[in-house]
Design a protein around this ligand. Sequence first.
Ligand code: SF4
Length: 241
Amino acid sequence: MIKSIDDESLGSWLIERLRNRYDIAKFGFISSFIRRGDRNPFKILVATILSQNSTDKAAMAAYRNLEKIVDITPSSIAKLNSKVIASAIKPAGLHRSKAEAIKKLSRIIITKYGGDLSNLLKKDVIDARRELMELPKVGPKTSDVLLVSMGILKTVPVDTHISRIAKRLGLVPLKADYETIRKRLDEIFREDDRYEAHLLLILHGRETCKAINPLCNECVINERCAYYKSLIRQNYICTRT
Ligand code: SF4
């Protein structure tokens, strides 16, 4: 664990460095795109499911295709044939299972929440999070992205990039699970910075801290990185210029 500076100053330092390096507005995050609209929780949920194991660009194309053939509401989607949904969302990949899930969760929202996902979100945040995770294809990350996008929860949803970076930085043990990582990042980042930290860390994972061959010498946060320090110790990286 990194203990040389306290959590709050580490969070401020990380976010400043990443802000100066990446321009979130230039990247087409589907969650930001949908969030900028009418903040409809069902649309955000559908978009987030489409983005699972996909790129934001592909998920956006799938979302737009779906929008062309149907109103993105539980009642309209529940009436559609799964094959029609699957065909529309094909660009996002895993289209058959995503189509089944989107149709199934539409039906659940109709029967359990009167056709309006907002009714679920009115519950206590812990209950809302738990019930969201009972919906098909909704795990902790998808649930947290929705709750954060709706301004209900201030946390750092953890995707595969964020998990990798947190471990390499030495913020959490290598075998840390989703909740351990999320809670640790919540300790580090101020409440109002958490959504931005989520987006910046995803960009950092895509652009620099890649799964294979991370670009450590170009990394703006390498001073605080346990993985980088271990490379220097093992003489894999020479710091002299
Ligand atoms: S120094 Fe390397 S491993 Fe550490 S955060 Fe930067 S890119 Fe990732």
